[in-house]
Design a protein around this ligand. Structure first.
Ligand code: PEP
Ligand code: MG
Length: 532
């Protein structure tokens, strides 16, 4: 268990301000250099995360703040610590995605103070034996450079599903459970535990039989990862396209390498999270064309900007809202600034003309047929061929028949559909137990969408995290889902699991799971049907 550095003392400054300011400046530069070196060594998603951390060590505002604190009589360590704490509080108060970056700032602060103190920065202990890493939270720099030969799994007490720790662990296919309340009080160094990242559980002091079963499952999982890459299909040959969720055109190569048959969700807002103004049609056309050309001849589903709540964009969401998840988000925000939506759809139509990928375009947070008509109408007016709706607001499931008369397809965002069905904020650790897509209420809504899709003979995909859970993927197929999209690292496990069931078996499993009284019971019923 990595231990954080002890906080600095409150001893008043005993040296001259300029000299101490210079010492802090040198330490900040050294930390930035070290993080940039780790970034270059790590590559991929980790590189971007670590480069962002390096920038946090080079921000001139920090040095200005440190100088003011030194002038106020604080010692160098205390001044640095407090300067970062100020920025941390600012990020935390912004909530959502920004708040989850606060941990990254803490890590940078710890590294700088360790340098000033002349001690090693806190990090992951070295072990000769393979181990499960238990921590309050892990700095991105540590997660990105973990020794994957030795680290079997990662469990943290803090952090939500969108923290960098969780994102990096997923991108490295490292089993991880984050946000386990009371973890550090319950587990001691050397204690035996089983971590099941699929169910999000940590079992303390398991007996030998449970350990043997977990070992067997782990071997099967490793076997799935090295199985040949085939198109997604069930045991009876029913086709089930397996697509990838991507956040930038640069993710395309990795997705193709891992066997993605196309893209089921391209989250366009990640291209623009740091922009102060709306991107131009030309900038967007270039980005979409790059993505579509990488998937020549394949299906690519692009989601128009989903700004608001956990993904705020200053040019779309400027008003303060008490409950941003229930506010001007997704299609609502775009409708309020229609010129931005028109620009995006125009750029997508340009990219469609410049490639032979099969472009599907969808809008987030569609609630009913009136919003569907608005979006599909605008898409067609601007030259798009296939236009659909995301199912994230429960009302769309209730009205699925009406919506599917107008939309060309529906894609279910189970992350938000779960959040809104159970009224449980997806960013909040205290209600994480309710944020469970196995909940029978969520599954029943998915069934309504699947049935409506079959009646209208239109596709109903899933692109939320639920599709990446192999056992749940089988249930989704049984509920009528026609394609599954997930982070590319999850494809192998889901591909292997689908090959173990026929469509009739998946339907039978879905039928019994629909009768569950809780998410836990639904999981049990799905597992029980495996041996029937
Ligand atoms: C979802 O809500 O399930 C989804 C895929 O969208 P996001 O996670 O980007 O909100
Ligand atoms: Mg969503």
């Amino acid at each position: 268990m990595p231990e954080p550095l002890a906080p600095p003392s409150d001893e008043p400054l005993a040296a001259d301000v300029d000299g101490e300011h210079e010492r802090v400046s040198v330490a900040l530069q050294a930390v930035a250099d070290e993080l940039n070196a780790r970034a270059a060594a790590a590559g991929g998603d980790a590189q971007q995360v670590l480069e962002a951390s390096a920038l946090m060590a080079q921000d001139p505002a920090i040095l200005d703040d440190v100088r003011a604190r030194l002038q106020g009589g604080a010692n160098a360590e205390r001044a640095t610590w407090d300067a970062y704490a100020g920025f941390r509080d600012l990020l935390t108060s912004m909530g959502g995605y920004m708040a989850e970056r606060a941990t990254d700032l803490d890590d940078v602060a710890q590294r700088v103070v360790a340098r000033l103190r002349g001690v090693a920065a806190p990090g992951v202990p070295v072990s000769a034996e393979p181990f499960i890493l238990i921590a309050r939270d892990l700095a991105p720099a540590d997660t990105a450079t973990l020794d994957l030969e030795k680290t079997l799994a990662l469990v943290t007490q803090d952090g939500g599903p969108t923290s960098h720790t969780a994102i990096l662990a997923r991108s490295k296919s490292l089993p991880a459970v984050v946000g386990v309340v009371g973890l550090l009080d319950a587990v001691a160094d050397g204690q035996r535990v089983i971590v099941d990242a699929r169910t999000g559980t940590v079992e303390l002091d398991p007996d030998d039989a449970a350990v043997a079963a977990a070992e067997e499952e782990r071997t099967a999982r490793l076997g799935a990862a090295s199985a040949p890459i085939t198109e997604g299909a069930l045991a009876d040959g029913t086709k089930m396209p397996l697509l990838a969720n991507v956040g930038s055109p640069k993710d395309a190569a990795k997705a193709i390498e891992l066997g993605a048959e196309g893209v089921g969700l391209f989250r366009t807002e990640f291209l623009f999270l740091d922009s102060a103004t709306a991107p131009t049609v030309e900038e967007q056309t270039a980005a979409y064309t790059e993505l579509l050309q990488a998937f020549s001849g394949k299906k690519v589903v692009v989601r128009v900007l989903d700004a608001g709540a956990d993904k705020p964009l200053s040019f779309l969401n400027d008003a303060h809202e008490e409950n941003p998840a229930l506010g001007l988000r997704g299609i609502r925000a775009l409708r309020a600034s229609e010129h931005i939506l028109r620009d995006q759809l125009t750029a997508l139509a340009n990219a469609q003309a410049a490639s032979d990928a099969r472009l599907y375009v969808m809008a987030p947070m569609i609630a009913d047929v009136e919003e569907t008509e608005y979006f599909v109408g605008l898409g067609r007016e601007l030259g798009l061929e296939v236009v659909g709706a995301m199912a994230e607001v429960p009302s769309i499931a209730v009205l699925a028949d009406q919506v599917l008369e107008v939309a060309d397809f529906v894609s279910i965002g189970t992350n938000d559909l779960t959040q809104y069905t159970l009224a449980a904020d997806r960013q909040l650790g205290s209600v994480a137990a309710l944020q469970d897509p196995w909940h029978p209420a969520v599954l029943r809504l998915i069934k309504m969408l699947g049935d409506a899709g079959a009646r209208a003979d239109k596709g109903v995909g899933v692109c939320g995290e639920a599709a990446a859970d192999p056992a749940l993927a089988v249930v989704l197929v049984g509920l009528g889902v026609t394609s599954l999209s997930m982070s590319a690292s999850a494809l192998a496990d889901v591909r292997a699991e689908l090959l173990t069931v026929t469509l009739d078996e998946a339907k039978a499993r879905a039928e019994r799971v629909l009768g569950a009284r809780s998410a836990a019971e639904a999981r049990q019923l799905a597992a029980a049907s495996l041996v029937d």
